[in-house]
Design a protein around this ligand. Structure first.
Ligand code: FSX
Ligand code: SF4
Ligand code: F3S
Length: 393
């Protein structure tokens, strides 16, 4: 009997109840647990532990604050299908305060927040969506007559965990774009202590769901990097696992939107793709359960680095990215090899490593970028190979 079957056999009664409570079939529930386990990079069989936690754990009270943002973070959760947010709200967490989703308004809403915080002192999870303006003593954002800067401190004081969702809350995001007139700041800056961050504009809903489920299953938040990002989601550069990576390595680039390279799905580096300097799992988990390739690069637009401080909303969208490392991808998608004419990524890295110059690999690579594509275009136009060889970025 498989591990999951054993789990379902042993927990038949409670799962029957859960099935009714969640209005999900057992299969759908297992699929949800498996998706979350896979997002966290947990080994096979972990979905049983997740299922057990979701089935039996007391739903944690969640207070969700909104500041300077567009509500895209909440919107992206509404587009998650396994399960839908309303099921998540009702059965996995107890969402006691969320300005855009709760029925209560005005004083009633404020009262709901205060009573949830009192009843769950030291145990509730605080989720913050949006940046916090600190300029001019924080007067640019007020909720219920209270300044955002004061509200976030009040709510964080007795929280068991603080999660900054979206790039705005994680590092300032779009509202902090130069010249940042309101002094839009991150939750960590305002609280003066590190918090878990789930950047992205909007962030991938599974990264948030997986973080909450990790808290439920293991009683603690997942391991994070120095920027507070869960390592399971932000441990690798987008470029490392991109479906267009083989084209990058072979020097095949889209040079303009709509050109031959763009239509054939070539690498978008020359159009400003920030995948080489952006840490996130967009290329591996996609967005919105809408099928394969449903992420910016998959749809033909360069990554703008929305998860990365100093890249998204900071660098011009079509400025060429900085190469952060030269690690080869985990796997290569199939390509038509005879088209590749430039030095491969791996070859360039190897030569640089022999010379003892790690930085040199990036430089060599950058010098090779576009050579083969330019050569190919030149050949198509009937020019001589010599002329094509001269083609430079
Ligand atoms: Fe919007 Fe959220 Fe962007 Fe910010 O996501 S999608 S502006 S990260 O805080 O609502
Ligand atoms: Fe993918 Fe962008 Fe890297 Fe090209 S530069 S392989 S499109 S992440
Ligand atoms: Fe954002 Fe780039 Fe992912 S723009 S959604 S980090 S592909």
């Amino acid at each position: 009997m498989e591990r999951n079957e054993v789990f379902f056999d042993e927990n038949r009664e409670s799962l029957d109840k859960l099935e009714k409570r969640l209005d999900l079939s057992r299969r759908e529930f297992l699929q949800f647990c498996a998706t979350v386990a896979a997002t966290m990079g947990l080994p096979a069989g972990a979905e049983a532990a997740i299922a057990k936690a979701v089935e039996s754990a007391k739903r944690p009270s969640v207070i969700w604050l909104h500041f300077q943002e567009c509500t895209g973070c909440s919107e992206s959760l509404l587009r998650a299908e396994h399960p839908t947010l309303e099921k998540l709200i009702l059965d996995v967490i107890s969402l006691d305060y969320h300005e855009t989703l709760m029925a209560a308004a005005g004083h009633q809403a404020e009262a709901a927040r205060k009573s949830a915080m009192k009843a769950n002192k030291g145990k509730y999870v605080l989720v913050v969506e949006g940046a916090i303006p600190v300029k001019d003593n924080g007067i640019y954002c007020k909720i219920g007559g209270q300044k955002a800067i004061d509200l976030v401190k009040e709510c964080a004081a007795d929280a068991a965990a603080v999660i900054a969702i979206g790039s705005c809350a994680s590092w300032g995001g779009m509202p902090s774009t130069d010249p940042n007139p309101t002094g839009a700041s991150s939750v960590a800056e305002v609280l003066g202590k590190p918090v878990v961050t789930i950047p992205g504009c909007p962030p991938n809903p599974y990264n948030f769901l997986a973080t909450v489920v990790h808290f439920l299953t293991f009683g603690k938040l997942p391991e994070v990097d120095k920027l507070g990002r869960p390592k399971f989601a932000y441990g690798r550069l987008i470029h490392e696992n991109c479906e267009r990576r083989a084209h990058f390595d072979a020097g095949r680039f889209a040079m303009e939107f709509g050109d031959v390279g763009h239509r054939q799905g070539y690498c978008l580096y020359k159009l400003g793709c920030k995948g080489p300097e952006t840490y996130a799992n967009c290329s591996t988990i996609g967005f919105g359960d809408a099928g394969e390739n449903n992420w910016p690069v998959g749809c033909g637009h360069p990554c703008i680095g929305c998860t990365e401080k100093g890249v998204g909303f900071a660098k011009p969208i079509h400025q060429v990215a900085k190469m952060l490392n030269v690690a080869p991808p985990l796997q290569y998608p199939r390509i038509v090899e005879e088209q590749g004419k430039a030095a491969s990524f791996a070859a360039a890295a190897a030569v640089a490593a022999i010379a003892g110059a790690a930085a040199g690999a990036a430089i060599m690579l950058t010098r090779n970028l576009g050579l083969s594509h330019a050569a190919e275009e030149a050949e198509k136009a009937g020019k001589s190979t010599g002329a094509a060889d001269q083609a430079k970025v």
